[in-house]
Each structure stands twice: as structure tokens, then as C-alpha cells.
Design a protein around this ligand. Structure first.
Ligand SMILES: Nc1ncnc2c1ncn2[C@@H]1O[C@H](COP(=O)(O)OP(=O)(O)OP(=O)(O)O)[C@@H](O)[C@H]1O
Ligand SMILES: [Mg+2]
Length: 239
């Protein structure tokens, strides 16, 4: 089943936020989701332990390069989507996760530092292609985008990505108080109080649109030849 890895070597780029939003939305759609929290600081796990999101989300919070592939193989039948939330490192675990991925999402804020972190991931993807011949599908996810203005630094980042021919998701993650609050309070977007959090409905719509776009990117596969049921699944990982 498809493996979606969220990577940027720059800390604070919005990886864990994207992982949490995506996991909750996919689970709301009825998918079984397994999240690998590979960050030694366990930000995703800390949020998950208090938020206890509804739906079938399984958390694996002890991950090594050797165990990652075993976990994926063992949990493949019981999982519709794997999400790997990487730490802001460029190490063996990063390379292993990328090589196992059907889609790498690279969150980038409109800042030069974030873009440099993204370029390190893009370089690693290029290196894997050179060494193994495997083209890892990947896209940049613009994160913490100002809902009102397009900043000069965001334009510069978009220019840099365009010059490398990188796909940029049409749905950015907008800067919203709700995305901060869900971590501060240890809840999902759906437990926040709309009276207290401005634009909560917009944040929820943004999360749904992001998940819908990512699901559309997955190749469609007929699950059972005897059934017309189609679901969005990717396959063809390198490992
Ligand atoms: N779209 C957003 N709107 C508001 N706050 C955000 C948004 N995205 C991220 N944040 C906040 O920015 C901080 C860093 O985000 P996050 O933890 O998702 O980044 P990260 O890339 O996982 O960082 P790390 O590399 O440390 O794991 C968090 O406090 C988070 O709540
Ligand atoms: Mg994180």
C-alpha cells in the first residue's frame, strides 16, 4: 500500500503538521492509516497520545532504517496508507524512507532556509535515482502560506522550485491558528471550538482539500477483479 513520506531537513517546515492533518483526513475517509513517527523527539506521538483521533490510525514510534521496511511489509495488508513523518535530518533513515516511498511530500515555507532544506531532499532523491534507477515521485507542499498576501520570499521559493522542475501541490497549507492550537491543546481540528478559533472552518476545508489532492495523486487500482470497487492506491516502491 502506498507510502507517503514527509521530508525536509529544515526543522519546523511543517512536516508533523502535514502528517497529522493527512492522517486524520484519510482516517475520516475510512482508510486504515499507519503513521511512522521517526523523529526522536516524538512530536507526532505526543500529539497522538492526547488527541486520540477517531478512525483507524496506528502509530509506530520506534523506527530504524532496518525496522522500517519490515514494519511496512508486515503491516501492508492491514494498512491502506503509510505516512512517514521524518525528523529534520539527512541520514540513513531519511534515505531508507525516501527509497520506500510512493510519494514524498516536501513542506516548504516561503523562506530561503526551508527551500535549502527541500533542496537537500531533492538532491537525495536524485542520488537514489542515479544509484538505483528508481524515480521517487515527489512534490513540494507549500506550508504556512499567508492567506492574504503572496510574499516576495514565497515567489523566490516558487521560482527556485520551478527552475528544478519540481511539482508543487495546488493546495498549500495556509497559516492558521487552528493548526497551532491542535498541537498546543493536543486535539484534532474537529475538537477545537469554532467560537474560540478564527477561521476553523477554513482550516478544516484546507485539510480536506489537501488530503483529496494527495489521494488523487495515487494511481487507481482495482482491489478485487470481481468487484467494481476502486480505491486510490499506489505501488511500485523501490524496495
Ligand atoms: N500552517 C500552519 N499554521 C500555523 N502554525 C503552523 C502551521 N504549520 C506548522 N505550524 C506550527 O509551526 C511549528 C512547526 O511545525 P511542525 O512541527 O509541523 O514542523 P516540522 O517540520 O515537523 O518540525 P521538526 O523538523 O522540528 O519536526 C509548530 O508549532 C506548528 O504548530
Ligand atoms: Mg516534526
Amino acid at each position: 500500500m502506498p507510502v507517503i513520506t514527509i521530508a525536509n531537513t529544515k526543522g519546523g517546515a511543517g512536516k508533523t503538521t502535514a502528517a497529522a492533518l493527512l492522517a486524520v483526513e484519510l482516517a475520516h475517509c475510512g482508510y486504515k492509516v499507519t503513521v511512522f513517527d521517526s523523529d526522536p523527539q516524538h512530536w507526532f506521538s505526543q500529539w497522538y497520545e492526547t488527541a486520540r483521533p477517531t478512525g483507524a490510525i496506528t502509530l509506530v514510534n520506534h523506527v530504524t532504517p532496518a525496522s522500517l521496511e519490515c514494519h511496512i511489509r508486515e503491516m501492508d495488508r492491514a494498512t491502506d496508507f503509510f505516512i512517514i513523518d521524518l525528523a529534520g535530518d539527512r541520514n540513513q533513515l531519511t534515505a531508507t524512507a525516501l527509497a520506500l516511498s510512493n510519494q514524498v511530500l516536501i513542506p516548504v515555507q516561503g523562506s530561503g532556509m526551508d527551500a535549502k532544506g527541500a533542496v537537500k531532499i531533492l538532491d537525495l532523491i536524485d542520488q537514489i535515482r542515479t544509484e538505483t534507477g528508481y524515480e521517487i515521485p515527489h512534490s513540494v507542499l507549500l506550508s504556512r502560506v499567508n492567506p492574504l498576501v503572496t510574499t516576495h520570499s514565497l515567489l523566490a521559493v516558487k521560482g527556485l522550485l520551478a527552475s528544478r522542475g519540481v511539482n508543487v501541490l495546488a493546495t498549500p497549507v495556509i497559516e492558521r491558528a487552528a493548526y497551532r492550537e491542535m498541537f498546543d491543546k493536543g486535539v484534532t481540528l474537529y475538537e477545537l471550538d469554532p467560537q474560540k478559533i478564527s477561521n476553523l472552518d477554513k482550516a478544516q476545508n484546507n485539510a480536506r482539500e489537501l488530503a483529496a489532492e494527495i489521494m488523487r495523486m495515487m494511481p487507481v487500482r482495482v482491489i478485487s477483479s470481481g468487484s467494481s470497487r476502486r480505491r486510490a492506491f499506489g505501488w511500485g516502491r523501490a524496495a
